[in-house]
Design a protein. Structure first.
Length: 251
């Protein structure tokens, strides 16, 4: 039986004081809850947030990282640097990275290899545009993103990876996939993993849903058999909106 995993992607929000206050609030409000929790603040606040959450049941995530180990890569942040300041997992392939920063599956695949080499776990984001859904290629798009993103990843390495299905049309729009629509894609993602890595790996991998998940729709989404948690954007920015989702997940 897979335990649930709820992650907050703070994106490019917050100032230092706000980040620290939110981290403090969450340490209190998630105390004693029984699921896996991660928060991913902007790079510049990672260190100070870590000082607040270390020793709690919340782990620290980063929102991206470089595809290379070190050296002359202006503006980039390496996996080793993240690891050094307490980060244990990294979100890769987010649609905002794919569409705003032109990241493709090849680059994302390099980042995944680099993250694992640095000892970080990975949340690989996949998901279709609304134009894909309209023409009925959602599952095909997700399969390509999985196969190309995970190229060369071994069975052992897969145990350090979770997948987040985030339909791009549902991100930050207030539109959510219905529980059945999300469940259908999650089941197909699990079957892709089964075809590549076998049924045991497919049974074990956590597949999170992201895209306007909030306190009102989380319970129904999290009740679906193949939805193992959530990757939350907007609703992760306040203790009051993130905590109820975490509570549903820890039931
Ligand atoms: P929203 O929850 O704001 O739709 O964002 C989802 C997301 O992109 C999480 O990574």
């Amino acid at each position: 039986m897979r335990s649930k995993y709820v992650a907050g992607n703070w994106k490019m929000n917050m100032d230092k004081e706000g980040a620290q206050a939110l981290a403090k609030g969450l340490v209190e409000s998630l105390k004693g809850l029984n699921a896996k929790f991660m928060i991913a603040p902007p790079f510049v606040y990672l260190d100070s947030v870590y000082q607040i959450i270390k020793g709690s049941n919340i782990i620290l995530g980063a929102q991206d990282m470089a595809a290379t180990e070190n050296g002359a890569h202006t503006g980039a942040v390496s996996g080793a640097m993240l690891k050094d300041i307490g980060v244990s997992t990294v979100i890769l392939g987010h649609s905002e990275r794919r569409y705003e920063f032109y990241e493709n599956d090849t680059l994302i695949n390099r980042k995944i290899h680099e993250a694992l080499k640095s000892g970080l776990d990975v949340v690989l984001c996949i998901g279709e545009l609304s134009s894909h859904r309209i023409v009925g290629v959602t599952e095909r798009i997700c399969e390509i993103q999985i196969r190309d993103g995970l190229a060369g990843i071994t069975d052992e390495q897969l145990s350090h990876i979770s997948i987040a299905y985030e339909p791009v049309w549902a991100i930050g729009t207030g539109k959510t996939a219905t529980p059945q629509e999300a469940q259908d894609v999650h089941a197909s993602v699990r079957s892709v993993i089964s075809r590549i890595y076998g049924p045991k790996a497919a049974e074990e991998i956590k597949i999170l849903y992201g895209g306007s998940m909030n306190a009102s729709n989380a319970e129904e989404l999290l009740a679906q058999p193949d939805i193992d948690g959530g990757l939350i954007g907007g609703a992760s920015l306040k203790t009051d909106t993130f905590t109820p989702i975490c509570k549903f997940a820890s039931r």
